[in-house]
Design a protein. Structure first.
Length: 326
């Protein structure tokens, strides 16, 4: 079996990673599926604090390490076994012409360091999107446009931005970074740069006419209203503005959420916090949003009932958006 180069896309969920995946997979030498995910349980088999299980994940880690320390080269042998398994799966999912396989799994932000370590010859693409657009998309896609339930996405919304921004700095010499707005407004140039980073030949003119590849097979990934389009759309840029216009409560939520996002992440999106806050402040909401306020009360009540302790340094108002689990 020929060697497959794994291409990992790192981003927040709802950040446009499916679009990026389809842009790259338009190349005839690139294969992919919707979202593999399988490396999460494999890699975290030696990482405490990320899993809960009926069999006891912490005990499992102790047992796995007991095996690892008996291997001739310790963790290196274990990592090599994970790598071999992954490349075998990627190869089985690929065509004969494939040289690269895209593994796009948003929650891989938990294991970036380990993936870089396990796949020294891999390619790593960081995608950054305006966090206000991300949280708006999370609400409209999974919560029917409500604020109630935001706590379930605490790690995705409050922790992932910092993890991703810091990792992109750490691996800047080995990775490729792009912001979503540039991706959708200058997709052709962006793809050309991506192919150069991946050591792939440019698309022929006849192939370049197809802006993005087909929707990847599988049930995971973006299945929204733009999922079946065959060209890049810019409709989702600044989608947060209409969200903020719905109620003053949602506008306030966006203001407080923005304060939780690091300057480093915003910089990766080519954004300035002060400018965004000014834009939010100019919005005139259509209503107060009593239902939205009720959602925040329920979020906070759940947090209190479950003994959640705030250790993130967020603003007081952000208590209303935080989860009841850690």
């Amino acid at each position: 079996m020929k060697d497959i180069v794994p291409v990992f896309i790192f981003s927040m969920p709802r950040a446009g990673s499916t679009l990026l995946q389809r842009l790259i997979s338009a190349h005839p030498q690139v294969s992919t599926v919707a979202e593999p995910w399988f490396l999460l349980p494999m890699v975290t088999s030696t990482m405490p604090g990320l899993n809960m299980s009926l069999y006891g994940h912490h005990t499992s880690i102790e047992a796995v390490y007991d095996v690892v320390k008996q291997l001739p080269n310790g963790l290196k042998d274990y990592d090599q076994a994970i790598k071999n398994f992954a490349l075998s799966i990627y190869g089985s999912l690929s065509t004969r012409e494939t040289s690269h396989f895209i593994d796009k799994t948003p929650r891989y932000y938990y294991i970036i360091d380990r993936l870089v370590e396990i796949f020294p010859d891999g390619k790593f693409v960081f995608l950054f999107r305006n966090p206000l657009e991300v949280v708006t998309s999370v609400s409209r896609t999974w919560l029917h446009g409500r604020l109630r339930g935001i706590p379930y996405f605490y790690n995705d919304l409050f922790r992932a931005p910092g993890i991703l921004a810091e990792a992109s700095e750490k691996y800047a010499e080995r990775a490729f970074s792009i912001d979503y707005k540039t991706l959708v407004t200058d997709s052709s140039s962006t793809r050309e740069k991506l192919f150069n980073y991946l050591s792939l030949e440019p698309l022929d003119k006849k192939d370049a006419a197809f802006v993005i590849g087909k929707r990847p097979p599988g049930v995971m990934g973006d299945r929204g209203r733009f999922a079946d389009l065959n060209e890049v759309k810019t409709l989702s840029i600044d989608s947060w503005q209409s969200f903020a216009e719905e109620s003053s409560t949602k506008r306030g939520f966006l203001q407080d959420y923005l304060l939780s996002v690091s300057d480093l992440y915003l910089g990766k999106c080519n954004l300035r916090r002060e400018a965004l806050l000014e834009r939010i402040g100019r919005i005139r909401p259509k209503s107060f949003g009593f239902l939205d306020r009720f959602d925040l009360v329920i979020n906070k009540l759940n947090a209190n009932l479950n003994g959640y302790v705030l250790r993130t340094g967020l603003t007081e108002k952000s208590l209303s958006y935080l989860p009841y689990y850690n």
